[in-house]
Ligand binder design. Structure first.
Ligand SMILES: Cc1cc2nc3c(=O)[nH]c(=O)nc-3n(C[C@H](O)[C@H](O)[C@H](O)COP(=O)(O)OP(=O)(O)OC[C@H]3O[C@@H](n4cnc5c(N)ncnc54)[C@H](O)[C@@H]3O)c2cc1C
Length: 99
């Protein structure tokens, strides 16, 4: 037996036409709750790209340079992992040895 429940979207629709498409109620089966969490977003809502960079050597630093130069900061979140405490990788290590 389906239950009619009122629906209140978390965010007000920004597009004027969206109000026409937004359902006023939903049907849900209380005996069979959804097994997945459904995000309360409108279709086409953009999410931030989540980027993980492994290694802060010259390749990782170069990637970060191009990322920040070419991609708007609000469209991604980035985390850099490195096994060492400092950045630079091989380049910095060998420069220190040669100096
Ligand atoms: C003696 C020597 C001389 C060189 N001379 C030149 C030169 O004259 N000209 C030239 O163009 N190139 C030279 N190179 C090559 C150049 O240094 C490398 O090609 C370049 O540094 C590679 O950069 P990378 O960021 O890909 O790797 P790396 O510099 O090795 O950086 C990798 C990073 O990843 C980290 N890392 C590795 N494994 C993990 C892990 N499991 N978890 C987290 N972090 C991790 C490391 O700590 C490091 O910071 C030389 C290399 C050497 C060894």
């Amino acid at each position: 037996m389906l239950e009619k429940i009122p629906y209140h979207p978390a965010a007000a629709p920004s597009h004027p036409k969206a109000a026409e498409w937004t359902p006023k109620f939903l049907y849900r089966d209380p005996a069979d709750p959804p097994k997945v969490t459904i995000r309360d977003d409108f279709y086409g809502t953009r999410r931030k790209l989540r980027i993980g960079v492994l290694g802060a050597g010259i390749s990782g630093i170069d990637f970060l340079h191009h990322l920040t130069e070419n991609i708007p900061a609000e469209s991604y979140e980035v985390v850099v992992y490195d096994k060492n405490e400092d950045v630079g990788g091989v380049v910095c290590r060998w420069v220190l040895i040669y100096v």
